[in-house]
Design a binder for this molecule. Structure first.
Ligand code: X5A
Ligand code: ZN
Length: 680
């Protein structure tokens, strides 16, 4: 099953540039592409990708998202002289033309379509297209924001038309609003467009009223446009993850796309002169990872912005390395989202609650309407965006502000090298159970000595149990040890007693923090619950009776773990934020006897949890329930989990109880917050 990652790049796309002085456009330079590609080559990542040639898009393809008049106008630009190019450029906002840009723009679209073809036909699993010019600002009849043709919008239409994609998700993590994409799919329920963007109550480019959270799409497309405006600069890793956990991912899983595009702009990373955000390049590893189990893993990342060459190159590498399947780095010291981000999250959830059942219990909208924010803005002398299409050109910043004011140099540590252990998955199975392809059957270098045998027997076994049981316990701890030494990435063990194995492993673990995910009937052994270094998240149908503590979190579902929609909500909105905040060194996923979690969901869980603890996931299955071995192994090996299909509404009482739990826990675990403190 394991398939490759495509990388699509051609040097030709570095061969156009700004030919006159324009302080707004000077950041969009050929070096953006050169440094990104060079970083991929230097790090050895390019070599690990399947390299696919670009091609020119055809007229018919470009017309999937643009008007004939516009295409014809752009076609003339290769023959224009400097003066004519400047005049032509002036029709649009924040963009420049060059005699070779039309050629490059056709290649940028063609590169994106090559990526779609290869992903949709299963030649590769996922991939990234490194392109210039970018696309997400360009509109049916307008170039805008360095963009000529809308690469991703065209590709989404193309995937629907030529590959029968029924539902397409576009995740735009560029720091600017991809208004061109929004306009293209405004009334189209088959394309879900998500964008976060620097907004500052409409005072940031492109200064559009329709970039606010209350633009949800229109007609049949209502609910399929999700905007999260940033009203302050400086947003960081916690803010980005909080939006993923509490807005994007629940909606995306409910939507269940069969293809995912990323408008992969890295001007949302630290050091960028446009974005002024503070998220570090390694966060893109997680954002990528969190999308990789949608659409059976079919993810197409397409470069958009990114103007700090250092942060751009690092972020591109983080994204590609994750697409290739290497373990994501630890996102250190996450807090909660900041107050301004929480306001945005709250607003987006509130306005979308009538469209998405996963948000049905989100709190009500703030009393302050977005329109009043605009009034406030107008009073402050901010500019109003124009209605309609040509967005942006009317409100260039004051020239004094743009004038050479040397940006203060921002520094951040280079992301750590990500090393994947040479052994991906080791399985501890009884001899009678066959080892799935691609996995290694675990056997330690040597067995336990007599003292170790005696200790294990005394602590964990009854007198009557045989030597084979002692050996199994020893092997379990040996497997754990090799994982913690980063010699093995992950593992699976079939054990006669999941409770006992979990008890043994949590106490034997050298990690300062262990996350134990317990899927089904408890009780979770008391020894583990009392253990300070273990965070237990227990998803079950039983009303919890144990005293609740910061480190024992029971999540109750009326119908138990068999309720797929409910479990998905619990995993995305509670388990993942808890896990990310906890920063475990090891994740144990326990499947106690009689666990009702369905196959596909189990696989999702196995895959999603691998974003934590450098991918060190150890799954415990009950010996006599061998059915999940195959899917678990597949997930551990790095195959994408299969799509769950569109989700039905989770039980309303369950979603209600999640919200209650969230409220109770968010002081200790701020990443659970979805609302600004004083508005709660
Ligand atoms: C693709 C992209 C930004 C345009 C900024 C214009 N465009 N001020 O990041
Ligand atoms: Zn951008």
């Amino acid at each position: 099953m394991k398939m490759g990652t495509a990388l699509i790049y051609d040097e030709e796309m570095t061969k156009y540039k700004l030919l006159w002085v324009d302080p707004v456009c000077k950041i969009e330079v050929p070096e953006r592409l050169i440094v990104s590609y060079e970083a991929l080559v230097k790090s050895g990542l390019a070599d690990r990708c399947v390299s696919i040639p670009v091609r020119e898009a055809t007229d018919a393809e470009i017309l999937l998202a643009h008007s004939e008049e516009y295409l014809e106008a752009v076609k003339k630009t290769p023959f224009m002289h400097l003066e004519e190019l400047m005049t032509f450029t002036q029709k649009y906002g924040d963009v420049y033309f060059h005699p070779n840009i039309y050629h490059c723009a056709k290649l940028a679209v063609g590169a994106t379509l090559q990526l779609v073809d290869n992903v949709m036909t299963g030649k590769v699993r996922n991939g990234m297209a490194l392109v210039r010019p970018p696309g997400h600002h360009s509109q049916s009849s307008a170039a805008n924001g360095f963009c000529v043709f809308n690469n991703v919008a065209i590709a989404a239409q193309y995937a629907k038309k030529h590959h029968k994609a029924k539902r397409v998700l576009i995740v735009d993590w560029d720091v600017h609003h991809g208004q061109g994409v929004q306009y293209c799919f405004e009334d189209d329920p088959s394309v879900l467009y998500f964008s976060w963007h620097r907004y500052e109550h409409q005072s940031f480019w492109p200064n559009l009223r329709e970039s606010d959270f209350d633009s949800v799409g229109s007609g049949k497309g209502a609910g399929f446009n999700v905007n999260v405006p940033w009203n302050k600069v400086g947003m960081g890793n916690s803010d980005y993850l909080a939006v993923f956990f509490h807005v994007l991912l629940p909606v995306a899983y409910e939507f269940s796309p069969d293809l995912v595009f990323i408008c992969a702009g890295f001007d949302s990373a630290i050091g960028d002169p446009e974005g002024h955000m503070s998220a570090t390049p390694d966060i893109f590893a997680h954002l990528t990872h969190l999308l990789m189990n949608l659409a059976d893993g079919k993810v197409c990342a397409v470069l958009e912005g990114g103007y700090n060459l250092t942060s751009l190159a690092q972020s591109v590498c983080q994204t590609v390395q994750t697409l290739l399947g290497d373990p994501a780095p630890r996102p250190a010291q996450l807090g909660g989202a900041c107050e301004s981000a929480l306001e945005s999250i709250h607003s987006a959830r509130a306005i979308h609650k009538k469209y998405w059942s996963c948000l049905q219990h989100a709190a009500a909208p703030f009393p302050e309407e977005p329109s009043s924010k605009n009034r406030r803005l107008a009073q402050q002398g901010g500019s109003q965006g124009p209605e309609g299409d040509a967005g942006g050109d009317a409100q260039k910043e004051e020239p004094e502000k743009v004038e050479e004011k040397e940006e203060e140099e921002i520094v951040w540590p280079e992301p750590l090298r990500r090393v994947a252990p040479s052994l991906r998955s080791a399985l501890l199975l009884p001899d009678a159970v066959e080892c799935p392809d691609g996995c290694a059957r675990f056997s330690p270098a040597h067995g336990p000595g007599p003292l170790e045998r005696a200790r294990l027997r005394k602590s964990y076994l009854k007198e009557s149990e045989d030597e084979a049981s002692v050996t199994l316990l020893y092997n379990l701890t040996a497997l754990l040890g090799q994982m913690e030494k980063n010699e093995i990435r992950n593992g699976l063990a079939l054990v006669p007693d999941v409770s006992m194995a979990a008890t043994l492993l949590t106490s034997a673990s050298l990690s300062k923090r262990v996350l134990l995910v317990w899927m089904g009937e408890g009780p979770v052994p008391a020894q583990i619950i009392e253990d300070e270094k273990t965070l237990v998240v227990h998803i079950d149908s039983m009303e919890p009776h144990e005293a609740q503590s910061k480190y024992y979190i029971p999540i109750t579902l009326k119908k138990g773990c068999g309720d797929t929609a409910g479990v998905v909500q619990a995993v995305l909105g509670l388990l993942l934020p808890l896990g990310y905040q906890y920063e475990p060194g090891l994740v144990l996923l326990a499947r106690p006897p009689g666990c009702q979690v369905k196959g596909g969901l189990w696989q999702q869980l196995t895959c999603l949890l691998q974003g934590l603890a450098l991918g060190h996931t150890l799954v415990l299955l009950q010996e006599n329930e061998t059915a999940p071995v195959g899917i678990t192994a597949s997930g551990l090996l790095g195959n994408a989990a299969l799509s769950l299909g569109p989700l039905v509404a989770p039980g309303p009482e369950d979603v209600g109880s999640f919200e209650g739990l969230r409220l109770r826990l968010q002081t200790d675990w701020p990443l659970l917050q979805t609302t600004a403190p004083e508005k709660r």
